[in-house]
Design a protein around this ligand. Structure first.
Ligand SMILES: [Zn+2]
Ligand SMILES: [Zn+2]
Length: 253
């Protein structure tokens, strides 16, 4: 029966954002994990549902309920050296992103706190950033280690048509041309003067600083050719424009 299929449909795997929030709670209670009815477990369950709403994942009734949150906290046990050093192993099941999130954030509490705050701020109901991007991401585009929510905020900002136009107009006025700030590629010079206006815009502000309602400044944006922009986003730890520029200069010979 279709209805039973729907109700039995399993929930999607935990996204990196969700794991980041869960890790934060885990680390605060590392020495004694809270039970299902603990207020912080309930609060996390609610935050995870806000992320689910903001990113339009399909949820069933049990989506990230307190039981699921409790289980996930226990999943982190097996990555925690302070737990496993005594020979204990923790729950065996879980997803592989848990380990990555652990490695990226567990020993960097300041960064973890910043990313948690930024994720939560951007999924609050009534936030002004529309992050439910419907378009499929390009192949080869990697979600940042800060997770889906902040990745989407970044993409929405760098694709804002008005801002893109302002940035291009400003560059044309200042330099008389549009060229890639990493490799100097100029589409008009390469493909003909009638090929104009082609350049990507990349938003450079660190993801954990993105707050809903921020006004993007033109100085937060850089011009990149499609190749360089792809390279920036070609791994979980996005490259900076300076890094792409250095790689270009080192490798082009
Ligand atoms: Zn380039
Ligand atoms: Zn970008």
């Amino acid at each position: 029966m279709p209805s039973s299929i729907t109700s039995n449909q399993s929930n999607p795997p935990w996204s990196r954002d969700e794991l980041v929030l869960a890790l934060d709670l885990y680390l605060r209670h590392r020495d004694g994990l809270p039970g299902k009815n603990h207020p912080e477990v309930q609060a996390l369950s609610q935050s995870l549902n806000l992320i689910g709403n903001a990113t339009a994942v399909s949820k069933n009734q049990s989506f990230r309920n307190t039981n699921g949150v409790y289980m996930k906290l226990n999943n982190f046990r097996r990555w925690d050296p302070s737990y496993t050093h005594s020979g204990r192993t923790g729950l065996a099941k879980g997803n592989k992103d848990e380990e990555l999130v652990w490695l990226e954030f567990a020993n960097n509490p300041k960064r973890l706190a910043e990313v948690v705050a930024a994720i939560n701020a951007n999924v609050e109901p009534g936030t002004t950033t529309a992050i439910n991007l419907n378009e499929e991401e390009e192949p080869g585009f990697f979600e940042a280690e800060e997770g889906k929510v902040l990745t989407r905020v970044h993409r929405v900002r760098e694709r804002d048509k008005k801002l893109v136009k302002h940035k291009k107009d400003e560059a044309l006025k200042k330099h008389g041309e549009l060229k890639c700030e990493a490799c100097d590629f100029n589409f008009s010079k390469t493909y003909g003067a009638d090929v104009e206006g082609i350049i990507d815009i990349h938003h450079t502000k660190p993801l954990h600083t993105l707050q809903p309602g921020d006004k993007t400044k033109l100085t937060d944006l850089v011009l990149l050719c499609a190749n360089c922009h792809r390279v920036v986003h070609s791994r979980r730890k996005w490259l900076s424009v300076a890094e792409v520029k250095a790689r270009y200069q080192t490798n082009r010979e």
